[in-house]
Design a protein around this ligand. Structure first.
Ligand code: ZN
Length: 217
């Protein structure tokens, strides 16, 4: 029943907002199967404890991130969901993590970005990661932003990026993260400054282990 509703909603949304593959223009997809199969894995990570599914330099990924962040087309995540989940599974395997103990925390965005975009894209990524993993939980109100700094992609200089995010997070409910294994989830990681800041406050709050997962770097 749930699947039928999902299918129905998808067909309604396709009729109202026609899609075209960002790789080859095939109708009804943001990314068709053929183009999905061309997206390579990422083998490099910006931080040793953070894992990226794909490389931002890949043309399809770059366009997908643009749709997600600047064009309100979050349904692009549906087409990437299978691949994102597979990469996430590889991270769990590599780190020998059992799902029971895992908490996902999406990197919070500024109130302004939230109201312009209508959603936090990292929360949507978390929702994909918990599909078929009923023991993995999302905590999206524990980590909060303490200042509305500039979006990191607006700053080119590495040092300025680091300063921009300094002391920008706070843990609201320490009991929820104390002794836990946490995976911070972000859309794109560039220098890793945001992830490092978020990890810092979680470690201070007594988190057992912090890892990062992003769609691209
Ligand atoms: Zn295509």
């Amino acid at each position: 029943m749930l699947i039928n509703i999902r299918k129905f909603l998808k067909s309604v949304s396709l009729a109202m907002f026609p899609r075209k593959c960002i790789g080859c223009q095939t109708p009804d997809f943001w990314i068709c199967q053929k183009c999905l199969s061309t997206i390579p894995k990422s083998f490099e990570n910006p931080l040793p404890w953070s894992f990226s599914a794909f490389e931002y330099k890949n043309r399809i990924i770059r366009k997908a991130v643009w749709l997600l962040k600047f064009s309100k087309k979050y349904s692009v995540l549906d087409d990437l969901a299978y691949l994102i989940n597979r990469r996430f599974g590889e991270l769990l395997e590599k780190e020998k993590l059992t799902e029971k103990e895992l908490i996902l925390i999406p990197i919070p965005i500024t109130k302004r970005s939230r109201s312009v975009r209508g959603y936090n894209q990292s929360v949507l990524i978390c929702k994909i990661l918990v599909r078929n993993r009923e023991n993995v939980t999302i905590e999206d109100s524990v980590l909060v932003k303490t200042k509305n700094h500039l979006p990191q992609n607006k700053i080119k200089n590495r040092n300025e990026r680091l300063n921009n995010v300094k002391n920008s997070f706070r843990v609201k409910n320490i009991e929820r993260v104390k002794g836990k294994i946490i995976i911070l989830v972000d859309d794109v990681v560039t220098t890793g400054a945001t992830l490092k800041e978020a990890k810092k406050v979680l470690v201070e709050a007594g988190t057992k282990k912090v890892l990062g997962f992003s769609i691209a770097h």
